[in-house]
Design a binder for this molecule. Sequence first.
Ligand code: HEM
Ligand SMILES: [Cu+2]
Length: 614
Amino acid sequence: MSAHASHAPNRSGLWDWLTTVDHKKIAILYLIAGGIFFLAGGFEALLIRLQLMYPESSMVGAKTFNELITMHGTTMIFLAAMPIIFALMNAVVPLQIGARDVAFPFVNSLGFWLFFFGGVLLNTSWFLGGAPDAGWTSYTTLALNQFSGHGVDFYVLGLQIAGIGTLIGGINFLVTIINMRAPGMTFMRMPMFTWSAFVTSGLILFAFPAITVGLVLLMFDRLFGGNFFNPDAGGNVVIWEHLFWIFGHPEVYILILPAFGVISEVVSTFARKRLFGYSSMVFATALIGFLGFMVWAHHMFTTGLGAIANTLFGLATMLIAVPTGIKIFNWLLTMWGGQIRFTTANLWAVGFIPTFTIGGMTGVMLAIPPADYQYHDSYFVVAHFHYVIVGGLVFGLFSGLYYWWPKMFGKMLNETLGKWNFWTFFIGFHLTFFPQHFLGLMGMPRRVFTYLKDQNLDMGNMISTIGAFGMTIGTILFVVNVFVAASSSKRAPADPWDGRTLEWSIPSPPPEYNFAQTPLVRGLDAFWIEKVAGNKGMTPAEPLGDIHMPSPSFLPFLMSLGLFIAGYGFMYHNYVVVVIGMLVTFACMFTRSVKDDPGYHIHEDEIEDKGVKA
Ligand code: HEM
Ligand SMILES: [Cu+2]
């Protein structure tokens, strides 16, 4: 890291992390928090599988089982997958577009702390009378007071707070990508990962308000005697399902598109070829995003929407297979004839393609309404969505982490450990989830805590649990790899993979201002073009000069802490606590509005890495 300018705020240690507005550090915060939640959600999954290892087991019992599946699903989706995606987007997008930071660094930090405190609030339910137990979808009436305990209140308020963080994060990335691109970086020259971050952020903008509304209504029903979803008082339970899935289906594309983006970068880098069909990839990404909003009712075929609606939603769902297929063929054709290097990052990408495709195929099967009457709420569904969400998203995240780790931390992950990590996780994954297709077809329902013996379900469940241990070993190996990398003294080079995009043209990790001089972009794969032309680095688009930086701030942390405190006040109907929490939040908002903070400058001669002359 470069020296601070004289008037730059000098912060270090914990205080630096609590106040940072640097996208690279926020990326690391997201990764650590998301990683810890991933371990928690994984531990819950392991307990689920242990309970289901033998028939008629009473290891955890029915109530705890319901809490475990609810917290596993909710944690994995909202507190593990989303933040790790945000970690990669924060670490990579500003670098790929040649920017010095995101458009709103303060908002970026606020987004992180809101997510963090929302997640912590949700998880404290374990110690405060029991976790939510109505499933990650929290369907009413199950989620109303008559049928579920205090836990669901934690779900409602925790997700509400975390959701605001995600929403403002998405808006920030939209503005960043629209406004902060370096000269020459036109939309059709943007790397695929940035494109996927762009479309994902657009989906966040339109999808999260739906769940926000749903959660507000549910909060009124649960805490203030509302009747939006209470049929006895004229409410309607199906409305919740609509609101949830109008958010929920786009959410699965919010999750998978960034993984697609990672795979596109990794496959092309390690085939040493330009991505095949770049413009069709862009088009397919946008089309998947658009169609993602037209299909939510495929989660509701059995609620009695009627044949016409079911048919239309079924057809719309199948249509998504077309742009998705385009992507799969483009990846295969990118590899075709390339000089492929099977690094760990590329192994994850190559493992992703067939695994995700299987999940896509079972998705088309589920899109046939009459067939779904059989599959619905069975283990077939559990198998399907883990193939897309783990075999797709989690494989993609691992690929991206191995690929960008040197850029994020300046250290390389160990390749041998990485390969062990991949193979144990990959084999464990298929052992866990492949048999679940058949368990489902043989009638095993999801979300049920046990099954009878001699129903032909014993063997499949045993294999599935053994597989879960394989994934556990894989995950532990990854954590070991992280510590091995952290303790090694070897520094990663700026461009370890012979990369094609802008992030590889600057040091690993980048200085706080990223680019000493904003680069001039001459085409797709901007850095590769310069390499092929025999240039040492990017041509700068501006003379060397002072660089303006935003000031760090403690306000985002405090503002989120205020909402966290108020959350407990709402749940326990203690309005003194509500007022205290809200006062903290509003005081921070007021301070932010009236206090002028012009940031600071890094002076020209404090800029390291004056590699290229202007
Ligand atoms: C690490 C290995 C994993 C294992 C062994 C595992 C296992 C399971 C099992 C057995 C269930 C079904 C419980 C039931 O319906 O009775 C389940 C549900 C679920 N899982 Fe996973 N899972 C894993 C990873 C993930 C990941 C990474 C995600 C998302 C990013 C995820 C998302 C979900 C969701 C959304 C549910 C539905 C919860 C509900 O029914 O409310 N899982 N998981
Ligand atoms: Cu869906």
